[in-house]
Design a protein around this ligand. Structure first.
Ligand code: ATP
Length: 351
């Protein structure tokens, strides 16, 4: 099912939770809403589920306005952060509860449907257990099975993994993704965890203060952020404000001679890739920590090592470059107190 939000705003008294949001989710897509606390993720999900009505704008399912359509008539499956299983019901009864408004799809019996779903979420044979006898991850699997029981055309997931520990979260998110692909159900997923958003989604919308900052595929958002907010929110980044000096021929260690743009940051000249609107006198660019190498690269800077975190595969080093914090990811921990690191023009992205 295709989902559209057309110019949707939601206000609660003086608070604007969403301001003129337009988004389209394609049929079968795994679409994630990500952003810091209070940016409007849950509000968007509640509008899709029919628990709230927009103050302005329209929510459409397959082109049809959902104005006034109650939650139970929307054909939507929901999984929330808290497990919300009924403690006095068995696992089978909890999953069966998902069928209270609808017959099992495909003409199968309720018992067969419950067994199929428990197998789908990896809990075959758990029918008679009480929710209290399950781990957090298992409880969320039951909640997912319950949401999927009536065969919804839209699945809404609101931070379903946030109560789980990191390892379990990774496992469950992979499973959710696999199940979603197997069923082909359109899914809108809410998380504040940017790594999770990048890992599971077909497309991601980054929200900030009730508006959409950028929508795109994970790699696109990561590599080509449209704003400083997106650049800094998705993964670690070094963002520099620079003064444009001119166009030059630069030498890149990997791309050979390139035509670039020379910019100045804190008295240091850097070569960046050519950009269309370089007539501006100032610009902002970003460089990922992993793009830096020690004593290598066209654009170099020297800073004092202020902090070094050994993370196994890489070491995250914080440099103080004349008052500016620069984070670089190195293969080996630095031995000196001062470090010269560099990046090539193609590693920089102009915002
Ligand atoms: P979180 O990650 O913390 O859950 P969120 O991105 O889901 O945040 P929302 O819950 O959508 O954010 O809230 C967006 C804004 O709307 C916040 O400022 C919030 O305080 C406000 N808000 C949400 N629901 C209500 C309500 N029922 N009444 C008043 N204000 C509300």
């Amino acid at each position: 099912m295709r989902v559209d939000l057309d110019g949707v705003s939601k206000r609660y008294g003086p608070t604007t939770a969403l301001a003129d949001v337009s988004l389209s989710v394609a049929d079968g897509e795994f679409f994630t809403l990500v952003g810091p606390s209070g940016c409007g993720k849950t509000t968007t999900l509640r509008l899709l589920g029919g628990f709230e009505e927009p103050t302005e704008g329209t929510v459409r399912f397959d082109g049809e306005s959902m104005a006034g359509v109650p939650p139970e008539a929307r054909g939507v499956g929901l999984v929330f952060q808290s497990y919300a299983l009924f403690p006095h019901m068995t696992v089978a009864e909890n999953v069966g509860y998902g069928l209270r408004f609808a017959d099992p799809p495909g003409g199968v019996t309720t018992d067969a449907r419950i067994a199929d779903l428990l197998e789908l979420v990896g809990l075959e044979g758990f029918e008679d257990r009480d929710p209290t006898e399950l781990s957090g991850g298992q409880q969320q699997r039951v909640a997912l099975a319950r949401a999927l029981a009536p065969g919804p055309e839209l699945l809404l997931l609101d931070e379903p993994m946030s109560a789980l520990d990191a390892r379990l979260r990774e496992r469950l998110r992979r499973d959710v993704r696999e199940i979603q692909q197997e069923l082909g159900v359109t899914t809108v997923y809410v998380t504040h965890d940017q790594a999770e958003a990048l890992a599971v989604s077909d497309r991601v919308a980054v929200l900030s203060e009730g508006h959409v900052e950028q929508v795109g595929r994970p790699q696109e958002l990561y590599r080509r952020p449209a704003s400083r907010f997106v650049a800094e929110f998705l993964g670690e980044n070094n963002v520099f404000d620079a003064q444009v000096v001119g166009t030059t021929r630069g030498n890149s260690t990997t791309a050979g001679e390139t035509e670039g743009l020379t910019v100045r940051v804190q008295g240091c000249d850097f070569v960046l890739p050519r950009v269309e609107n370089a007539s501006d006198e100032r610009l902002t660019f970003c460089v990922r920590p992993a793009a830096f190498e020690v004593d290598s690269g066209t654009n170099r800077l020297t800073g004092d090592v202020v902090d070094s975190e050994f993370l196994g595969e890489t070491t995250r080093v914080h440099l103080d470059w004349e008052g500016t914090r620069v984070v670089v990811a190195l293969d080996t921990p630095p031995e000196a107190d001062e470090l010269t690191v560099g990046f090539d023009p193609e590693d920089a992205w102009v915002l």
